[in-house]
Design a protein around this ligand. Structure first.
Ligand SMILES: Nc1ncnc2c1ncn2[C@@H]1O[C@H](COP(=O)(O)OP(=O)(O)O)[C@@H](O)[C@H]1O
Ligand SMILES: [Mg+2]
Length: 367
Protein backbone atom coordinates (compact mmCIF):
# COMPACT_ATOMS: atom_id res chain seq x y z
CA UNK A 1 0.00 0.00 0.00
CA UNK A 2 1.28 3.44 -0.91
CA UNK A 3 2.08 5.58 2.09
CA UNK A 4 0.15 8.82 2.55
CA UNK A 5 2.23 12.00 2.51
CA UNK A 6 1.30 13.59 5.79
CA UNK A 7 2.54 16.93 7.12
CA UNK A 8 2.32 17.56 10.85
CA UNK A 9 2.41 21.27 11.67
CA UNK A 10 3.27 22.27 15.24
CA UNK A 11 4.15 25.29 17.37
CA UNK A 12 2.44 28.45 16.20
CA UNK A 13 2.05 32.02 17.33
CA UNK A 14 -0.35 31.51 20.22
CA UNK A 15 0.28 31.41 23.95
CA UNK A 16 -0.26 27.66 23.68
CA UNK A 17 2.89 27.12 21.54
CA UNK A 18 4.45 24.79 24.13
CA UNK A 19 1.26 22.75 24.61
CA UNK A 20 1.21 22.26 20.85
CA UNK A 21 4.76 20.88 20.90
CA UNK A 22 3.90 18.43 23.67
CA UNK A 23 0.84 17.25 21.76
CA UNK A 24 2.75 17.01 18.47
CA UNK A 25 5.48 14.91 20.06
CA UNK A 26 2.94 12.31 21.16
CA UNK A 27 1.18 12.35 17.80
CA UNK A 28 4.36 11.96 15.76
CA UNK A 29 5.51 9.06 17.93
CA UNK A 30 2.16 7.27 17.70
CA UNK A 31 1.52 7.69 13.96
CA UNK A 32 1.92 4.43 12.04
CA UNK A 33 5.10 4.84 9.95
CA UNK A 34 3.96 1.99 7.66
CA UNK A 35 0.94 4.07 6.66
CA UNK A 36 2.34 7.59 6.61
CA UNK A 37 5.41 9.29 5.16
CA UNK A 38 5.66 12.10 7.67
CA UNK A 39 7.16 15.55 7.19
CA UNK A 40 7.34 17.91 10.14
CA UNK A 41 6.88 21.66 9.95
CA UNK A 42 7.36 23.96 12.93
CA UNK A 43 5.88 27.44 13.11
CA UNK A 44 7.95 29.66 15.39
CA UNK A 45 6.50 32.31 17.68
CA UNK A 46 6.92 34.94 14.96
CA UNK A 47 4.90 32.89 12.50
CA UNK A 48 7.75 31.65 10.27
CA UNK A 49 7.44 28.09 8.98
CA UNK A 50 10.52 25.87 9.31
CA UNK A 51 11.38 22.36 8.25
CA UNK A 52 12.17 20.02 11.11
CA UNK A 53 14.32 16.94 11.41
CA UNK A 54 12.03 13.93 11.98
CA UNK A 55 14.27 12.45 14.66
CA UNK A 56 15.41 15.56 16.47
CA UNK A 57 12.96 18.45 16.41
CA UNK A 58 12.55 19.46 20.02
CA UNK A 59 14.71 21.07 22.68
CA UNK A 60 13.89 19.79 26.21
CA UNK A 61 11.11 17.52 24.90
CA UNK A 62 10.06 16.29 28.33
CA UNK A 63 9.86 19.62 30.15
CA UNK A 64 6.59 21.48 29.53
CA UNK A 65 8.11 24.78 30.72
CA UNK A 66 11.22 24.86 28.51
CA UNK A 67 10.22 22.66 25.56
CA UNK A 68 11.04 24.46 22.27
CA UNK A 69 11.34 23.87 18.54
CA UNK A 70 14.73 22.83 17.18
CA UNK A 71 14.46 24.10 13.62
CA UNK A 72 16.48 23.25 10.51
CA UNK A 73 17.93 26.16 8.49
CA UNK A 74 15.38 25.59 5.70
CA UNK A 75 12.14 27.52 5.81
CA UNK A 76 9.08 25.87 4.31
CA UNK A 77 5.89 26.95 2.54
CA UNK A 78 2.83 25.15 1.28
CA UNK A 79 1.98 26.31 -2.21
CA UNK A 80 -1.73 26.84 -2.68
CA UNK A 81 -1.93 24.99 -6.02
CA UNK A 82 -5.06 22.89 -5.50
CA UNK A 83 -4.26 20.68 -8.53
CA UNK A 84 -1.01 19.60 -6.95
CA UNK A 85 -0.44 20.95 -3.44
CA UNK A 86 3.27 20.96 -2.62
CA UNK A 87 5.59 21.76 0.21
CA UNK A 88 8.57 23.79 -0.92
CA UNK A 89 11.72 25.16 0.61
CA UNK A 90 10.86 28.86 0.62
CA UNK A 91 14.21 30.49 -0.20
CA UNK A 92 15.06 28.44 -3.29
CA UNK A 93 11.66 27.13 -4.33
CA UNK A 94 12.88 23.52 -4.19
CA UNK A 95 10.06 21.03 -3.93
CA UNK A 96 10.18 18.91 -0.78
CA UNK A 97 6.89 17.05 -1.14
CA UNK A 98 5.23 16.89 -4.52
CA UNK A 99 1.83 15.69 -3.49
CA UNK A 100 0.56 16.39 0.01
CA UNK A 101 -2.20 13.94 0.97
CA UNK A 102 -3.17 15.48 4.31
CA UNK A 103 -2.07 17.97 6.94
CA UNK A 104 -2.39 17.45 10.69
CA UNK A 105 -2.31 20.94 12.21
CA UNK A 106 -1.69 20.47 15.89
CA UNK A 107 -1.87 24.14 16.78
CA UNK A 108 -3.96 25.88 19.39
CA UNK A 109 -5.56 29.29 19.74
CA UNK A 110 -4.90 32.28 17.50
CA UNK A 111 -3.67 31.44 13.97
CA UNK A 112 -3.96 27.75 14.73
CA UNK A 113 -7.42 26.86 15.90
CA UNK A 114 -9.31 29.93 14.70
CA UNK A 115 -9.92 29.15 11.03
CA UNK A 116 -6.95 31.06 9.61
CA UNK A 117 -4.67 28.12 8.80
CA UNK A 118 -7.74 26.03 7.98
CA UNK A 119 -8.71 28.66 5.37
CA UNK A 120 -5.21 28.55 3.92
CA UNK A 121 -5.26 24.76 3.64
CA UNK A 122 -8.73 24.94 2.12
CA UNK A 123 -7.38 27.34 -0.51
CA UNK A 124 -4.49 24.98 -1.15
CA UNK A 125 -6.91 22.08 -1.66
CA UNK A 126 -5.34 19.92 1.03
CA UNK A 127 -7.35 17.73 3.41
CA UNK A 128 -6.67 18.73 7.02
CA UNK A 129 -7.52 17.26 10.39
CA UNK A 130 -10.13 18.97 12.57
CA UNK A 131 -12.94 21.42 11.97
CA UNK A 132 -13.04 23.45 8.76
CA UNK A 133 -12.50 27.20 8.56
CA UNK A 134 -16.04 28.10 9.60
CA UNK A 135 -16.29 25.59 12.46
CA UNK A 136 -12.88 26.65 13.74
CA UNK A 137 -13.65 30.36 13.77
CA UNK A 138 -17.02 29.81 15.44
CA UNK A 139 -15.34 27.65 18.06
CA UNK A 140 -12.78 30.36 18.76
CA UNK A 141 -15.25 33.19 19.31
CA UNK A 142 -17.17 32.62 22.53
CA UNK A 143 -19.80 35.23 21.64
CA UNK A 144 -20.55 33.80 18.20
CA UNK A 145 -20.55 30.31 19.67
CA UNK A 146 -23.08 31.21 22.37
CA UNK A 147 -25.29 33.15 20.01
CA UNK A 148 -25.58 30.05 17.83
CA UNK A 149 -26.22 27.82 20.83
CA UNK A 150 -28.96 30.18 21.96
CA UNK A 151 -30.52 30.14 18.52
CA UNK A 152 -30.52 26.33 18.54
CA UNK A 153 -32.03 26.38 22.07
CA UNK A 154 -29.09 24.46 23.48
CA UNK A 155 -28.62 25.26 27.18
CA UNK A 156 -25.63 27.53 27.93
CA UNK A 157 -25.01 29.99 30.80
CA UNK A 158 -26.80 33.30 30.35
CA UNK A 159 -24.45 35.88 28.86
CA UNK A 160 -24.00 39.47 27.70
CA UNK A 161 -21.28 40.85 25.46
CA UNK A 162 -19.62 44.21 25.10
CA UNK A 163 -17.16 46.03 22.86
CA UNK A 164 -14.34 48.35 23.87
CA UNK A 165 -15.82 51.76 24.62
CA UNK A 166 -19.22 50.40 25.75
CA UNK A 167 -20.48 51.65 29.10
CA UNK A 168 -20.31 48.85 31.67
CA UNK A 169 -22.16 48.82 34.96
CA UNK A 170 -21.81 46.03 37.50
CA UNK A 171 -25.18 46.96 39.01
CA UNK A 172 -27.01 46.58 35.71
CA UNK A 173 -25.13 43.43 34.69
CA UNK A 174 -25.53 41.72 38.05
CA UNK A 175 -29.26 42.44 37.99
CA UNK A 176 -29.43 40.35 34.81
CA UNK A 177 -26.86 37.65 35.50
CA UNK A 178 -26.57 37.45 39.28
CA UNK A 179 -23.91 38.81 41.61
CA UNK A 180 -21.22 36.23 40.72
CA UNK A 181 -20.15 36.46 37.09
CA UNK A 182 -17.34 35.39 34.77
CA UNK A 183 -15.65 37.97 32.56
CA UNK A 184 -13.70 36.68 29.54
CA UNK A 185 -12.07 37.97 26.37
CA UNK A 186 -14.22 36.68 23.46
CA UNK A 187 -11.36 35.08 21.53
CA UNK A 188 -8.80 33.30 23.64
CA UNK A 189 -8.14 30.06 25.45
CA UNK A 190 -6.23 28.51 28.34
CA UNK A 191 -8.25 30.66 30.78
CA UNK A 192 -6.05 33.68 29.92
CA UNK A 193 -7.70 36.99 30.84
CA UNK A 194 -10.63 35.30 32.62
CA UNK A 195 -11.87 36.45 36.05
CA UNK A 196 -14.55 35.36 38.44
CA UNK A 197 -16.11 38.49 39.92
CA UNK A 198 -18.29 38.69 43.00
CA UNK A 199 -18.66 42.41 43.65
CA UNK A 200 -18.36 45.86 42.18
CA UNK A 201 -14.82 46.45 43.43
CA UNK A 202 -13.48 43.46 41.45
CA UNK A 203 -15.49 44.30 38.36
CA UNK A 204 -13.58 47.17 36.73
CA UNK A 205 -10.16 45.51 36.97
CA UNK A 206 -11.58 42.27 35.54
CA UNK A 207 -13.19 44.05 32.59
CA UNK A 208 -9.98 45.98 31.95
CA UNK A 209 -7.98 42.75 32.02
CA UNK A 210 -10.28 41.03 29.52
CA UNK A 211 -10.17 44.08 27.21
CA UNK A 212 -6.38 43.85 27.18
CA UNK A 213 -6.72 40.64 25.16
CA UNK A 214 -9.67 41.42 22.92
CA UNK A 215 -11.91 44.26 21.73
CA UNK A 216 -14.93 42.13 22.60
CA UNK A 217 -15.67 40.53 25.97
CA UNK A 218 -18.30 38.13 27.23
CA UNK A 219 -19.83 38.21 30.69
CA UNK A 220 -21.63 35.12 31.96
CA UNK A 221 -23.60 34.04 34.98
CA UNK A 222 -21.48 31.79 37.19
CA UNK A 223 -22.72 28.22 37.14
CA UNK A 224 -22.44 26.15 40.26
CA UNK A 225 -21.93 22.51 39.42
CA UNK A 226 -19.54 19.99 37.91
CA UNK A 227 -17.29 20.46 34.85
CA UNK A 228 -17.85 17.68 32.34
CA UNK A 229 -16.04 17.20 29.03
CA UNK A 230 -16.76 14.84 26.17
CA UNK A 231 -14.93 13.96 22.95
CA UNK A 232 -16.81 14.06 19.67
CA UNK A 233 -15.44 12.59 16.43
CA UNK A 234 -16.85 12.55 12.91
CA UNK A 235 -18.22 14.51 9.97
CA UNK A 236 -21.87 13.94 9.02
CA UNK A 237 -22.45 11.15 11.53
CA UNK A 238 -20.32 11.98 14.55
CA UNK A 239 -20.04 9.86 17.66
CA UNK A 240 -19.42 10.82 21.27
CA UNK A 241 -17.06 9.20 23.77
CA UNK A 242 -17.79 8.60 27.43
CA UNK A 243 -17.70 11.86 29.40
CA UNK A 244 -14.88 12.89 31.75
CA UNK A 245 -14.77 15.34 34.64
CA UNK A 246 -12.39 18.15 35.60
CA UNK A 247 -12.22 18.77 39.31
CA UNK A 248 -10.26 21.97 40.04
CA UNK A 249 -8.46 21.68 43.38
CA UNK A 250 -7.24 24.57 45.54
CA UNK A 251 -8.44 27.03 42.89
CA UNK A 252 -11.69 28.96 42.55
CA UNK A 253 -12.09 27.70 38.97
CA UNK A 254 -10.09 25.97 36.22
CA UNK A 255 -7.79 28.95 35.80
CA UNK A 256 -4.48 29.22 33.89
CA UNK A 257 -2.63 28.37 37.12
CA UNK A 258 -4.82 25.34 37.79
CA UNK A 259 -4.33 24.15 34.19
CA UNK A 260 -0.61 24.62 33.65
CA UNK A 261 1.31 25.90 36.66
CA UNK A 262 0.06 24.02 39.69
CA UNK A 263 0.78 20.29 39.31
CA UNK A 264 -2.09 19.60 41.71
CA UNK A 265 -4.38 22.27 40.25
CA UNK A 266 -7.01 19.82 39.07
CA UNK A 267 -7.95 16.17 39.00
CA UNK A 268 -9.27 14.49 35.87
CA UNK A 269 -11.83 11.73 36.30
CA UNK A 270 -11.82 9.55 33.20
CA UNK A 271 -14.53 8.47 32.76
CA UNK A 272 -16.67 10.74 34.96
CA UNK A 273 -18.81 9.24 37.71
CA UNK A 274 -22.23 9.81 36.17
CA UNK A 275 -25.41 7.76 35.98
CA UNK A 276 -26.40 6.11 32.68
CA UNK A 277 -29.17 8.64 32.34
CA UNK A 278 -26.75 11.53 32.83
CA UNK A 279 -24.29 10.04 30.30
CA UNK A 280 -27.06 9.77 27.76
CA UNK A 281 -28.20 13.36 28.34
CA UNK A 282 -24.67 14.67 28.18
CA UNK A 283 -23.90 12.88 24.90
CA UNK A 284 -27.11 14.20 23.42
CA UNK A 285 -26.42 17.84 24.24
CA UNK A 286 -22.79 17.51 23.07
CA UNK A 287 -23.85 16.11 19.70
CA UNK A 288 -26.43 18.85 19.25
CA UNK A 289 -23.81 21.49 20.02
CA UNK A 290 -21.33 19.86 17.60
CA UNK A 291 -23.84 20.02 14.76
CA UNK A 292 -25.11 23.53 15.56
CA UNK A 293 -21.58 24.93 15.72
CA UNK A 294 -20.65 23.56 12.27
CA UNK A 295 -18.04 21.16 13.63
CA UNK A 296 -16.42 18.37 11.68
CA UNK A 297 -13.42 16.12 12.29
CA UNK A 298 -13.27 16.48 16.04
CA UNK A 299 -14.09 18.67 19.02
CA UNK A 300 -13.97 18.45 22.76
CA UNK A 301 -17.26 19.71 24.10
CA UNK A 302 -17.02 21.22 27.59
CA UNK A 303 -20.07 21.68 29.77
CA UNK A 304 -21.36 22.21 33.27
CA UNK A 305 -23.68 19.83 35.05
CA UNK A 306 -25.63 22.45 36.94
CA UNK A 307 -26.29 21.61 40.58
CA UNK A 308 -29.65 23.30 40.95
CA UNK A 309 -31.26 22.11 37.70
CA UNK A 310 -29.40 18.82 37.04
CA UNK A 311 -29.06 20.04 33.43
CA UNK A 312 -26.03 20.04 31.14
CA UNK A 313 -25.10 23.54 29.96
CA UNK A 314 -22.53 23.98 27.20
CA UNK A 315 -19.51 26.03 28.26
CA UNK A 316 -17.46 25.86 25.07
CA UNK A 317 -16.06 23.66 22.35
CA UNK A 318 -12.40 23.22 21.50
CA UNK A 319 -11.77 22.28 17.89
CA UNK A 320 -8.11 21.33 18.45
CA UNK A 321 -8.03 20.00 21.99
CA UNK A 322 -4.84 19.07 23.84
CA UNK A 323 -3.42 15.84 22.48
CA UNK A 324 -0.77 14.65 24.90
CA UNK A 325 -1.09 11.07 26.10
CA UNK A 326 -2.70 12.32 29.30
CA UNK A 327 -5.00 14.84 27.62
CA UNK A 328 -8.74 14.50 28.05
CA UNK A 329 -9.64 14.17 24.34
CA UNK A 330 -7.58 11.06 23.49
CA UNK A 331 -7.98 9.60 27.00
CA UNK A 332 -11.77 9.68 26.71
CA UNK A 333 -11.54 7.80 23.41
CA UNK A 334 -9.21 5.28 24.96
CA UNK A 335 -11.73 4.43 27.71
CA UNK A 336 -14.41 4.31 25.02
CA UNK A 337 -12.50 1.65 23.05
CA UNK A 338 -10.48 3.66 20.51
CA UNK A 339 -6.71 3.64 21.02
CA UNK A 340 -4.55 6.74 20.51
CA UNK A 341 -3.19 5.56 17.14
CA UNK A 342 -6.59 4.34 15.92
CA UNK A 343 -7.90 7.80 16.77
CA UNK A 344 -5.17 9.43 14.67
CA UNK A 345 -5.99 7.14 11.71
CA UNK A 346 -9.67 8.02 12.02
CA UNK A 347 -8.96 11.77 12.13
CA UNK A 348 -6.85 11.59 8.96
CA UNK A 349 -9.51 9.47 7.28
CA UNK A 350 -12.16 12.06 8.20
CA UNK A 351 -10.03 14.87 6.75
CA UNK A 352 -9.74 13.06 3.40
CA UNK A 353 -13.42 12.08 3.43
CA UNK A 354 -14.49 15.72 3.95
CA UNK A 355 -12.32 16.90 1.06
CA UNK A 356 -13.75 14.20 -1.22
CA UNK A 357 -17.30 15.16 -0.30
CA UNK A 358 -16.54 18.81 -1.07
CA UNK A 359 -15.02 17.87 -4.42
CA UNK A 360 -18.33 16.36 -5.48
CA UNK A 361 -20.06 19.73 -5.15
CA UNK A 362 -20.66 21.86 -8.22
CA UNK A 363 -18.75 25.14 -8.14
CA UNK A 364 -19.91 26.69 -11.38
CA UNK A 365 -23.27 27.46 -12.79
CA UNK A 366 -23.92 25.41 -15.89
CA UNK A 367 -26.89 26.19 -18.11
N1 LIG B 1 -20.10 30.60 33.42
C1 LIG B 1 -19.23 29.94 34.19
N2 LIG B 1 -19.60 29.41 35.37
C2 LIG B 1 -18.73 28.73 36.15
N3 LIG B 1 -17.43 28.53 35.83
C3 LIG B 1 -16.99 29.04 34.66
C4 LIG B 1 -17.86 29.75 33.76
N4 LIG B 1 -17.15 30.11 32.68
C5 LIG B 1 -15.89 29.66 32.88
N5 LIG B 1 -15.78 29.02 34.06
C6 LIG B 1 -14.53 28.44 34.61
O1 LIG B 1 -13.42 29.02 33.93
C7 LIG B 1 -12.70 28.05 33.17
C8 LIG B 1 -12.21 28.64 31.86
O2 LIG B 1 -13.29 29.16 31.10
P1 LIG B 1 -13.51 28.79 29.57
O3 LIG B 1 -14.70 29.53 29.11
O4 LIG B 1 -13.53 27.31 29.43
O5 LIG B 1 -12.24 29.44 28.89
P2 LIG B 1 -11.02 28.83 28.05
O6 LIG B 1 -11.45 28.90 26.61
O7 LIG B 1 -9.90 29.77 28.31
O8 LIG B 1 -10.79 27.42 28.51
C9 LIG B 1 -13.69 26.89 33.00
O9 LIG B 1 -13.02 25.67 32.79
C10 LIG B 1 -14.43 26.95 34.34
O10 LIG B 1 -13.65 26.39 35.39
MG1 LIG C 1 -12.17 25.91 28.64
Amino acid sequence: MKKLNLIVIMGGRSAEHEISLLSAKNIVTALDKEKYAITLVGIDKNGTWHLLDNEDYLINPTDPKTIALKVLPQKATILPYPERPMLIESAIGKCIIEQIDAVFPILHGTYGEDGTIQGYLELAGIPYVGADALGSSIGMDKVMMKRLLKEAKIPTPRFLYFFKGDKLSYTTISKKLGSTIFIKPANLGSSVGISKVKNESEFNAAAELAFRYDHKIIIEEAIEGREIEISVLGNENPKASLPGEIIPQNHEFYSYEAKYIDDNGARLDIPAQLSDKEIKACKKVAMRAYASLACSGMARVDMFLEKKSGKFLINEINTIPGFTKISMYPKLWEVSGLSYSQLLDELIHLAIERKQAKQKLVFSYAL
